[in-house]
Each structure stands twice: as C-alpha cells, then as structure tokens.
Design a protein around this ligand. Structure first.
Ligand SMILES: C[S@@+](CC[C@H](N)C(=O)[O-])C[C@H]1O[C@@H](n2cnc3c(N)ncnc32)[C@H](O)[C@@H]1O
Length: 253
C-alpha cells in the first residue's frame, strides 16, 4: 500500500465510530434519496452488471426455499434475484437504515415473489434461526464492516445456512494493476465526491463511501473470515478487480 493510501487508511481506522451501526445507518439515511442514481452514474453503469453477476455466481441455478438479502438497501438486488426466483422461493431483506427501508417498501410492490423486510442489524446472531436458510446474497454492503465485524458476519452466514445452502456477496474492491489502481484512487477521491456534490450538494457522505471502499481493499479479510468458518468458497474478480464476488456454499453433512 502506498504511503498516501496508508495514511488515509490509518487515519480512518483510528476513527472507530465509522464502523458503529449508528454512524452507518445515519450515513445511508442521509444518502437514501440519491443513492441509486448517484451510484449508477459514478460507476458508469457497472454497478447494475455487478449486482447481476452476484446472483449469477450463486452456485444454485434457481432460488427455491427461503433466503436473505443482507444490507438490502432499497432492494437494488431484487431485479436480478427475480430472474432466478421460483414459485417456491421467498426472501427476507435486512437493513438498518430506516430511509433505505422506506425505498425498499416501495420497490417491493414491483416484485411478485414474497419479500419480508426487517429493520435490523445483520451482526445480531439471534436474528435468524440456525441452519434455516437455502441462500444468502448481498451487494455492496460489506465495506462498512471492520475486520472483526467481517468475521462476525462470516460466522452468522455459517450459522444461518442449511448444510448445502449457498451464498454470494459482492463488493467494490481495489484493483491490483498499478495503472488501474491509480485511476481507481482518482475515482475514489474525486469522481465519487464530485458525483455526491452534483446529486446531493453533499460531498462528504459520498467521499466517505470512497474511504470505506479503500479500507475494504481487496477484501482479503472477508475471504479469510469465510474460509475460517469452513465455507467452500470461490473468489471472482470483476473488471480487473474493481469489484469482487465471494460465492460458495456450506458443506453438506
Ligand atoms: C451500499 S448500500 C447497499 C445497498 C444495496 N444492497 C445495493 O446493492 O445497492 C449498504 C447498505 O447496508 C446497510 N447496512 C450497513 N451495515 C448494516 C448492518 N450492520 N445491518 C444491516 N444493514 C446494514 C446500509 O444501511 C445500506 O443500506
């Protein structure tokens, strides 16, 4: 990691409150109205393809039984989920931002499959019964977790999945190529904040998102956390590592 990058990571890591649920919830409450369009424009449309890839990488061909969408936001993943969902499938969507959940309530009307919304913290292990889920999916919600919280989440995933149940998580990550990394840093520092300013008049919330992405890095801690839980795992790098999908399943007994 370069010196400038390291300084930023060190500075933000010391501000422990950025990983507290209240801070994260209020950040997304604040961004909720513009989140969809700002993200789409700032990612040059890639974000939609990446959500679709997240569902495509789920090891199961079709979605049957009950599953969850963690850090579900306004339900941005549901169009992609709908393509794999069968008549036997249902979904619980979990998010702790009130405002994002309000958007999800409106979005829910568009979909035919049953969706239950929970305004909860996904780090709470009591939230869902052990060994009860066929699948777990999640898009772009990992970056606001500290390393310890990533381990806690991995442990919940393992606890909640039925044996043989599958999962797929996607997050924006820093690419390994030097040229791309340079462009990506430029993007994180300037394009996201400019987009935020353009759409909301608020530079700081969107630049905060860039900082979270930088801290999440290439997602190695999350990968190791899933491996530590004994989950069978494949890592998929998308667009030279600008996003990474972690998909796999819990071993059958
Ligand atoms: C970047 S948004 C992603 C939303 C959506 N999945 C998408 O594809 O755009 C991250 C979401 O995670 C939620 N979130 C973050 N930490 C959470 C936690 N501990 N429990 C539940 N939701 C959380 C935030 O409120 C926010 O809505």
């Amino acid at each position: 990691m370069k010196q400038k990058e390291y300084a930023l990571v060190k500075q933000i890591s010391m501000e422990d409150h950025v990983y507290q649920q209240e801070s994260v919830a209020s950040l997304f409450d604040h961004m909720s109205k513009t989140y969809g369009i700002a993200n789409y424009m700032c990612s040059f449309g890639f974000i939609e393809r990446w959500r679709h890839a997240c569902i495509q990488y789920l090891p199961t061909k079709s979605l049957q039984g009950h599953g969850v969408d963690l850090m579900s936001g306004g339900g941005e993943l549901w169009d992609s989920i709908a393509k794999k969902m069968t008549d036997q499938g249902s979904l619980t969507a979990i998010d702790l931002s009130n405002e994002m959940n309000q958007k999800a309530i409106q979005n829910k009307q568009k979909h035919k499959f049953p969706i239950q919304l929970l305004d909860e913290d996904v780090l709470n292990p009591q939230l869902i019964k052990p060994n009860s889920l066929e699948f777990i999916v999640s898009s772009f919600g990992l970056k606001t977790f500290s390393i310890d919280q990533q381990q806690q989440l991995a442990s919940n995933i393992n606890r909640w999945l039925k044996p043989g149940g599958s999962f797929s998580f996607i997050e924006m990550t820093t690419p390994t190529s030097r040229l791309l990394k340079f462009l990506y840093m430029f993007y994180l520092r300037y394009v996201i904040s400019f987009g935020g300013w353009l759409f909301t008049g608020d530079k700081s919330s969107y630049s905060m998102l860039g900082k979270y992405i930088l801290l999440f890095g290439q997602g190695d801690h999350f990968l190791q956390a899933l491996q530590k839980e004994g989950l069978v795992l494949t890592k998929h790098r998308l667009f030279f590592g600008c996003a990474t999908c972690y998909s796999g399943y819990k071993k059958d007994l």
